[in-house]
Design a protein around this ligand. Sequence first.
Ligand code: GTP
Ligand code: MG
Length: 278
Amino acid sequence: MSQSHHLLIIGGPNAGKTHFVGQLYHRLDAGESAYRMVTAPADLTVIKAIIDRLVQGRAGGHTESGLNKEINFVVANAHTQIALAFPDYGGEQVRGLVSDRLVSSRWHELITQADEWLLLIRPDGIPELEDITTRGFANLEDLKARTAQAQSKAELTEPGFYIELLQMMLFVKGQSPLTPVRTPRLTVALSCWDTLGLASEGVEPLAELRQRLPFVATFLETVWAPGNWRVCGLSSLGRTLYPDKSDDEFMTNGPETAGYVVLPSGAHDADLTQLITF
Ligand SMILES: Nc1nc2c(ncn2[C@@H]2O[C@H](COP(=O)(O)OP(=O)(O)OP(=O)(O)O)[C@@H](O)[C@H]2O)c(=O)[nH]1
Ligand SMILES: [Mg+2]
């Protein structure tokens, strides 16, 4: 085995973390990925719960914020072994990292141990505010006239939240802001890609990030060293499911046939492990 990595999967509330891990596990279990499972998670409660829902063609539920289930598993191909740490916290815990500026010893360990981070951002849940963090400088005069839609309180906007989160994590990791970041390598995955109403192939996720969250895109371009970060798209389900209504087509075809990753080139790939291998 030539390489060994630790990957930490993170995201805010409702970003699609639990559905992604359920689908990823299901694919690995079915042997339909470039990677194979080396060590399965010790506790399958969370994964079983989400897979049970998906095989019925239904969406799973929100993860309770107090729930501290950690899902750890190891996957490998001929060259690389990856230890995945997926704390299936309710996404509020990640909000808390930023709002309280407190990092528990376990989070500290997870952040420092990982040499790769996978950050899920769900663009369709981000309110479109008329300010420079979402629109950039181009329309400054226009924006002033439209401040009615801006946030009234001085709270962090969504793009500001993601930047603050990454800055805090880099600080915890002991990474100097003066040196372009090489470790950890970072994948930003724009989740629920199917909800964005885009062409089925060929839309580059970085272009989409630049358009929707220019503040975040510029931050990444400035702080991370080229070649050590990338933006992908993710649709774990390929469509919207509902908790109380079964989607017959999804159920008949099987959850393992649904979902895809959008690679930086804009090509779609059904192998969800593309997201965990840089
Ligand atoms: N359309 C669509 N919806 C999705 C997809 N993946 C997840 N969802 C939905 O998005 C919502 C949030 O997904 P979760 O996986 O529960 O998100 P989470 O990040 O675990 O959220 P918390 O547990 O609340 O922190 C659910 O209603 C899912 O059904 C997808 O690929 N496409
Ligand atoms: Mg969850």
